[in-house]
Design a protein around this ligand. Structure first.
Ligand SMILES: Cc1cc2nc3c(=O)[nH]c(=O)nc-3n(C[C@H](O)[C@H](O)[C@H](O)COP(=O)(O)O)c2cc1C
Length: 188
């Protein structure tokens, strides 16, 4: 089995849901963003990365997302939306929202997902914790959605596709569970 740094980092990455309070270093943030920008993309870089490090805005996004979650027909989301202790960004110090240009003729789900995965792998490689966050995107469907878009300076015509939080891990991550069998077929 080949083992190298890249493969180790990929296997080591886990979703982190508990963070220390301090902000990440600027050079760590820049390294993560650079990795995102170099992801494969079908839409000719028709994406945009919005970094949010303002505590007030992070908390506002959390509240708006929880409000929207309470209106859904999914019990699990409604419960999280009503749980006072739940912070959908886990109090992480940095959130990156990946948006895609809605005018692109190419569907951008895959482009934004590939970029997000690059962000997570890069974060792990520089010793940061991260977690992909769908939940917070519900904030954009809440009544505060338009106001939040403005405050976040999301470019006109761009739609939020994915997001992830980053910060210093509080405690060690559990080892990844064993991978399920029969997930691979090789035809040779
Ligand atoms: C599209 C997508 C959306 C996700 N949204 C959330 C989320 O809103 N909140 C959360 O805590 N984790 C979220 N996750 C993280 C998954 O729960 C996590 O990746 C999965 O449980 C596997 O665990 P691991 O990342 O530690 O390997 C999301 C992951 C993906 C790929």
């Amino acid at each position: 089995m080949i083992i190298n740094e890249t493969l180790k980092v990929i296997k080591q990455r886990r979703s982190v849901r508990s963070y220390k309070g301090e902000q990440i270093e600027e050079e760590e943030l820049q390294a993560i963003l650079e990795a995102g920008l170099y992801a494969p993309n079908a839409g000719d870089q028709a994406w945009h990365f919005t970094v949010v490090q303002d505590r007030g805005l992070l908390d506002k996004l959390n509240l708006a997302a929880k409000e929207a979650a309470r209106q859904t027909d999914m019990k699990h989301l409604r419960e999280l939306g009503s749980n006072e202790k739940f912070h959908c960004l886990y109090n992480a110090s940095t959130l990156i929202i990946v948006t895609g240009d809605e005018r692109s003729p190419i569907p951008l789900d895959a482009d934004c997902a590939a970029a997000t995965q690059n962000l997570l792998i890069a974060a792990e490689s520089v010793g940061l914790g991260s977690c992909w966050i769908f939940f917070v995107l519900m904030a954009f469907d809440s009544p505060q959605g338009p106001e939040l878009r403005k405050e976040l300076k999301i470019p006109d015509g761009y739609r939020p596709y994915s997001s992830a939080v980053f910060g210093y891990k509080k405690g060690a991550s559990a080892k990844a569970p064993e991978r399920k069998p029969n997930l691979i077929t090789c035809i040779r």
